[in-house]
Design a binder for this molecule. Structure first.
Ligand SMILES: Cc1ncc(COP(=O)(O)O)c(C=O)c1O
Length: 491
């Protein structure tokens, strides 16, 4: 088969074109049985392929036909031995990846700044996380990846670990020396699992960091939907044979996946793979050029700093994806959230994320110069307005990133323990039983089992006061936190 073909998308359309008389779910039957306004908005084309796993359309749980062919083409395009489609986002692919290699009590090496789906898989599987400290960037107030040295040190201390998990590239686009990490892990016979949520494009251009499959990693959960042109909620899991069993991966994926798999999502993966495989290089080339030009223009604006290749050269910033525009606004004396809100209100611009010090803007294969010119114009006006609204010299915001709390209990034991709610203000010193994170990026400030520190509570307050979306606790207002109930001796 050729990369120009789309067996799943084409097969689905051919089936819909036959206009079968349907006596199966979905009950809207090509949109005829649904809300009229929604139907007209979505359109009959989309509704005609909103189908499920009837015999002619194959089955994601046991692929033998058009899904199998589409997955095989994706594997070829991504340099994998096997590719599995996910209709439950990269979170679903990540949970499958982890639960395919660890059993209760097994150790897994993970950076502490992982996405919540990784910690969720650790809670569900009962694995023991061995945390590796990510490198902290004190200038930007963000975490980068982990280094080969830290992985080697961790593996020497825990040679019985069942897997090493690496985030590559990070949300902000920085890549570790993944090949170095893979070589070390494989010397210990330990598979490397990669959270490649922000790296679908990197495989398709040589001015990008090495992809997980190029670096020889064993599995990678790769968000096609984030940057690769498929629909939201679709993703893939790439697998290299050797240290992991593809049969086990298929079994776990099936256990974690709805039986009502969306064919719209699956077809969008098939079509996105075709575009990346056949036109990806040219499209990414253009995207990188546009991003680099925009970065240079932003760096001419006083008090703004758009991060570039000058950040490379540390062991955790081995390479980067230049299509991401990480813009530090702290020298304007405002938070990233204030900049995000200003851009929304004044220019109808929506950024990817903001934090206390930065905003992140993604340039993708969809963008043109006219779009980036508006961004540059908006940022210029923002910088001028902030400069003129301050009589005295602008005071840059001081950057601080809190320490990683001590893990006192396994995340699973903490999650399932007897708990009680205590006032947020009075929780320091207790063991937390729930996640607390800012989403996006969804990296936990606390995970179940960690000892709450005053410093981290202050950091949460700082994020809340800045208007950032702190999530996770059952009490959405964060007046209370759930902690492990203390056992008092019975008299
Ligand atoms: C680093 C990282 N990993 C995994 C995910 C999960 O991806 P998804 O939203 O497709 O489930 C995200 C989402 O933001 C992420 O940032």
């Amino acid at each position: 088969m050729s990369q120009h073909e789309t067996p799943l998308f084409t097969g689905l359309r051919e089936h819909a074109n036959k206009n079968p008389l349907q006596f199966h779910i979905p009950g809207h039957k090509k949109g005829q049985g649904m809300d009229e306004e929604f139907k007209n908005f979505i359109g009959t084309n989309a509704l005609s392929i909103d189908l499920i796993n009837i015999t002619p359309l194959d089955d994601l749980h046991h692929p033998k036909g058009m899904i199998k062919k589409a997955q095989a083409l994706a594997a070829q395009a991504f340099g994998a031995d096997h590719t599995f489609f996910s209709v439950q986002g990269t979170s679903g692919a990540i949970m499958t990846m982890i639960m395919s290699v660890v059993s209760p009590g097994d150790k897994i090496l993970v950076p502490r700044n992982v996405h919540k789906s990784i910690m969720t898989a650790i809670v569900f599987s009962g694995a023991t996380p061995i945390f590796i400290h990510p490198e902290i960037d004190a200038e930007l107030g963000i975490s980068h990846g982990i280094t080969p040295d830290s992985v080697e040190k961790a593996l020497k201390q825990h040679p019985d670990a069942k897997a090493v998990l690496v985030i590559n590239p990070t949300y902000f686009g920085f890549a570790a020396d993944l090949k170095g990490i893979v070589d070390i892990a494989h010397r210990f016979n330990v598979p490397v699992l990669v959270d490649e949520a922000h790296g679908v494009l990197i495989h398709f251009h040589d001015h990008m960091p090495l992809s997980a499959m190029q670096a020889g990693a064993d599995m990678a959960a790769t968000s096609v939907h984030k940057l690769g042109g498929s629909l939201t909620g679709s993703s893939i899991l790439n697998v290299k044979e050797g240290l992991v069993s593809p049969e086990r991966v298929q079994t776990i994926l099936s256990m974690m996946t709805t039986t009502s798999t969306s064919y719209i999502l699956l077809a969008s993966l098939d079509a996105a793979r075709r575009r990346l495989a056949t036109e990806g290089y040219t499209l990414i080339e253009k995207t990188i050029r546009l991003a680099n030009e925009t970065r240079a223009k932003i760096n001419e604006i006083p008090n703004l700093y758009c991060v570039g290749e000058e950040k490379l050269g540390t062991s955790a910033t081995f390479d980067y994806d230049p299509s991401k525009l990480l813009i530090s606004v702290k020298d304007l004396g405002i938070t990233g959230y204030e900049a995000e809100t200003w851009l929304r209100i004044r220019y109808n611009i929506e950024v990817e994320l903001s934090d206390l010090y930065n905003i992140l803007c993604l340039i993708t294969t969809a963008d043109h110069e006219k779009d980036t010119m508006i961004l540059v114009q908006a940022l210029t006006e923002l910088a001028e307005e902030k400069a003129s609204s301050k009589n005295e010299e602008i005071k840059s915001l001081p950057v601080h990133v809190p320490d990683i709390p001590v893990l006192a209990l396994s995340p699973r034991d903490a999650f399932y323990a007897n708990t009680e709610s205590v006032l947020f203000e009075e929780s320091a010193g207790r063991i937390i039983a729930e996640f607390v994170m800012v989403y996006p990026p969804g990296i936990p400030i606390f995970i179940p089992g960690e000892i709450i520190t005053k410093e981290n509570l202050d950091y949460i307050k700082e994020n809340l006061e800045a208007g950032l979306p702190v999530q996770g606790p059952e009490d959405a207002e964060l007046k209370y936190l759930k902690v492990i109930k203390e056992q008092v001796a019975i008299r």
